[in-house]
Design a protein around this ligand. Structure first.
Ligand code: NAI
Length: 332
């Protein structure tokens, strides 16, 4: 089959050549647009990332097209209705990073619980004293997990490995999972009152905006650590600042910042070659980041070699399945 793969860097091309042996492959680092669609007009299969807008106009330029494999979870860049009308199947990469984000969550928890960041900065300054660097064990502590979807459940599994107790909050409860993974569902207030560490794993929307605000932060166990790898808007920054000032919250670890609407989500960050100027500006101006009990990472919880490889592997599988008459991860 003739397959054109767009938005694909060189290191990915080698992998795809091996996985799709026997097919005619065309690689393009650039997006698919009306300026280069001509080069793919004989192809039955194309693969794109989110910057190639697959509009009616583009589809008209690809008369032989039968299948699109997007290298992303989202597929809003593809006119799926038009694809259906033209009998073009579309597949995506439904999951790639739940364990990746969960592992980063623990990198952040441990940075705070064992003062890794403070120790590192001190050592860089030639100061090897340990005063003020005493941490605490995770074993026996209570972790409050807010959101028990793909990532939250992985966080719970890892927490169990550390010997932690887990309280969890979600609008949907699964008693079977709670029994198997040995966690307890609780209200937000109960989580606030009993958790030593609270980690957020909810989507950001109108219902979850500032879910961690003044009210919840006034109910937390004194000295709690707050971890956010979801979206900045889940936390009211001013309320967190006040809770840190009053030492109700002993530390916060943030992979995301409020104001994140200004910056791109992880699907888009994946293709960032230049520094993300908006994130840089936001981070520099963010008053929270100047505190030594706040750890910040620039939206990298998803960004592991294996997560990127999983995107590639699933995309290659989707294409390979199609060439063998099967369609996997179909969205239309
Ligand atoms: P998911 O959709 O599998 O889980 C979300 C959970 O939140 C679900 O169990 C759902 O029932 C629950 N939920 C939704 N709205 C709720 C509400 N109003 N009240 C109570 N529970 C509610 O999502 P997943 O994959 O676990 O991801 C969670 C979030 O992590 C994403 O929405 C995204 O914002 C963030 N994320 C961050 C990354 C990073 O690099 N920092 C990478 C990937 C995801």
């Amino acid at each position: 089959m003739n397959i054109a793969i767009f938005e694909v860097q060189t290191w990915k091309q080698e992998f795809l050549k091996k996985q799709l042996k026997g097919h005619t492959l065309l690689f393009f680092e650039e997006i698919l647009s009306k300026d280069n669609a001509e080069k793919a007009k004989f192809c039955e299969v194309i693969s794109v990332f989110i910057y190639s807008k697959i509009t009616k106009e583009i589809l008209r330029l690809l008369p032989n097209l039968k299948f699109i494999a997007t290298q992303s979870t989202g597929f809003d860049h593809i006119d799926v209705a038009e694809c259906t009308a033209r009998q073009i199947a579309v597949s995506n990469v439904p999951y790639y990073g739940e364990n990746t984000v969960a592992e980063h969550t623990f990198a952040l928890i441990l940075a705070l619980s064992r003062n890794v960041h403070k120790s590192y900065v001190r050592a860089l300054q030639g100061n090897y004293t340990i005063e003020g660097l005493m941490g605490f064990d995770l074993q026996g502590k209570t972790l409050g997990v807010i959101g028990t979807g793909h990532i939250g459940l992985h966080v719970i599994r890892i927490a169990k490995g550390f010997g932690m107790h887990v309280l969890a909050y979600d609008e949907k409860r699964d008693a079977f999972l709670a029994e198997v993974l040995k966690f307890t569902y609780a209200t937000l207030e109960e989580i606030a009152a009993s958790s030593d560490i609270i980690s957020l794993h909810l989507p950001y929307n109108a219902a979850t905006h500032h879910i961690v605000g003044e009210k919840l932060l006034s109910q937390v166990k004194k000295g709690v650590l707050l971890i956010n790898t979801s979206r900045g808007g889940l936390i009211d920054t001013n309320a967190l600042q006040a809770a840190l000032d009053e030492k109700r919250v002993a530390g916060a670890a943030l992979d995301v910042l409020e104001g994140e609407e200004l910056i791109l989500d992880e699907k888009q960050l994946l293709h960032y070659k230049q520094p993300n100027e908006k994130l840089e500006e936001l981070a520099k101006n963010h008053i929270l980041l100047k505190r030594d009990n706040v750890v910040f990472t620039p939206h990298i919880a998803f960004f592991s070699k294996e997560a990127l490889e999983r995107i590639l592997i699933t995309t290659a599988e989707n294409i390979s399945n199609f060439t063998r008459g099967k369609i996997s991860n179909i969205v239309s």
